[in-house]
Design a protein around this ligand. Structure first.
Ligand code: GLY
Length: 370
C-alpha cells in the first residue's frame, strides 16, 4: 500500500509517496510530471548497484528514456568539483528548463542534485528518490539543498523544493544496520520534538522496525514526514519553527566537527547523542524532570544506538573546545548559540537564552563519564 503526504506549499506544493515497490513503479509515478518522455538520473555507485536498473526498467516500461550519472559515494561528493561535474553533465544531457532531474540515493545525492537542479537554467524540477532512512524522513523533504565548504557543512546551497518524493520502504532493506540506526536517530527526533505518542509508539515498535518489519517502517517514515511537512509549511525558510528540526543538532555539529566528519560518527549517530544531551541540559535547567532524559537514553540504548560520548571511538577535545565548535554552527544568530530544549517528551522549543556554564557542565560531565 502506498500512502501520500501532501506538502501544501502553494505553487511549490508536492506529494511524498511512501510505500513498498515504489522504485519499480517510478515510471508511472513520474510520467505525469513530464513534458517530454525523458529524464536525467544522478546517483552514486552503491545505490546504482542496488536500484538503478530497477528504476531505468520502470521508466522504460512507461516509454520514458533515461540517462544516468553515477558519482562516488560519501560525504566528499557534496563538493564544488562534483557539483560542477553534475551541472555540466545535465547540460550535456540537454535537460531543458521544463525538464526533470531525478536524485536517486541518500542525503548526499539528494542535497547535491537538488542544488544542481536549483541553479541549472535558474531552476529545473527534480524528483527525490531517497534510499536511506535519513533521506526518507528528513533530507528529501523540505527543499534544503546544497554542498559543503571547507569552512563547514551545508554552507553553500539554496531552498529548492522537489516536485515529487518517492520513499520506497523496500530500499531500506539494503542498508547496513549502522546506517539504518543512524537514520533512526532522526525518526526518534520527531517524537522527542513534537509527538509524545509517536515516541511511545517507537518505544514499543522500534525493535520490530529495526528488524525489518515493513508496516512499522512505513508508519515511522509516514509519521516523520507528516511532522516535517507540517513544520516546513509553517516556516519554509527557517525564520522560526523550522529550527525545531535541529533538536540535538547543536551538540551533534560540534561532535561531527571534533571527529572530522568521519566514520567515527555518522550524522544520525551525532543527532542521537545530541538529543540525549539536549534533554540532559533541559533537565538541569529545570525545564523537565530528571526521569525525562533517562527515558530518552533508555530508548536509544535499547535500540543499540550511540547514546553517550563514550560511544564515540577515539579522543575528543575538552568541553570548552566543543563549545567553541558549536559557535561555528551556521545557525548562530548575532553570535548567539541557539538551542532546542524541551519541557518534556514532545514539547521542544527554540531558545538563545542558555547559560554558557550550564552547557559546559553538561559537556564536562558527559566527557568525564567516558
Ligand atoms: N534537516 C533540517 C531541516 O530540513 O530543516
Amino acid at each position: 500500500m502506498t500512502e501520500t503526504v501532501h506538502v501544501p506549499l502553494g505553487d511549490r506544493a508536492y506529494d511524498v509517496r511512501i510505500g513498498s515497490g515504489l522504485i519499480a513503479r517510478a515510471g508511472a509515478e513520474i510520467a505525469p510530471l513530464l513534458h517530454r518522455p525523458e529524464v536525467a538520473i544522478v546517483t552514486d555507485e552503491t545505490v546504482a548497484a542496488a536500484h538503478l536498473a530497477t528504476l531505468q526498467d520502470a521508466l522504460r516500461a512507461e516509454g520514458i528514456a533515461s540517462s544516468a550519472l553515477t558519482l562516488p559515494p560519501g560525504e566528499a561528493t557534496k563538493s564544488w568539483p562534483h557539483l560542477i561535474r553534475t551541472v555540466e553533465w545535465l547540460l550535456d544531457q540537454k535537460v531543458e528548463r521544463r525538464g526533470v532531474v531525478i536524485a536517486l540515493g541518500g542525503g548526499v545525492v539528494g542535497d547535491l542534485v537538488g542544488f544542481a537542479a536549483a541553479i541549472l537554467r535558474r531552476g529545473v524540477r527534480f524528483v527525490q528518490i531517497p534510499t536511506s532512512l535519513l533521506a526518507q524522513v528528513d533530507s528529501s523533504v523540505g527543499g534544503k539543498t546544497g554542498i559543503n565548504a571547507p569552512q563547514g557543512k551545508n554552507l553553500i546551497g539554496a531552498f529548492h523544493q522537489p516536485s515529487l518524493v518517492l520513499a520506497d520502504i523496500d530500499a531500506l532493506a539494503t542498508l547496513t544496520a549502522r546506517d539504518f540506526l543512524a537514520g533512526y536517530g532522526e525518526v526518534v527526533k520527531y517524537g522527542l520534538l513534537g509527538d509524545a505518542a509517536f515516541f511511545e509508539w517507537l518505544e514499543e515498535n522500534g525493535p520490530a522496525l529495526a528488524e525489518g518489519d515493513v508496516a512499522s517502517r512505513a508508519y515511522a517514515v509516514r509519521r516523520s514526514v507528516e511532522m516535517k511537512a507540517d513544520i516546513v509549511v509553517r516556516d519554509e525558510t527557517e525564520q522560526g519553527d523550522r529550527a525545531l528540526l535541529n533538536l540535538g543538532h547543536t551538540f551533534c555539529h560540534a561532535l561531527e566537527a571534533a571527529t572530522g566528519y568521519s566514520d567515527r560518527l555518522l550524522h544520525g549517530e551525532g543527532v542521537s547523542i545530541g538529543c540525549a544531551l539536549a534533554f540532559e541540559l533541559s533537565s538541569r535547567l529545570g525545564l523537565c524532570s530528571q526521569e525525562v532524559p533517562s527515558r530518552v537514553r533508555a530508548h536509544l540504548s535499547a535500540m543499540k544506538m550511540k547514546t553517550d560520548l563514550s560511544d564515540i571511538p577515539g579522543d575528543l577535545p575538552g568541553a570548552e573546545a566543543l563549545l567553541d565548535l558549536m559557535g561555528q554552527d551556521k545557525k548562530v544568530i548575532d553570535g548567539q548559540l541557539r538551542f532546542i530544549l524541551a519541557r518534556g517528551i514532545g514539547a521542544a522549543f527554540v531558545t538563545s537564552d542558555v547559560p554558557r556554564d550550564a552547557v559546559l557542565s553538561v559537556l564536562d560531565d558527559a566527557l568525564r563519564a567516558r
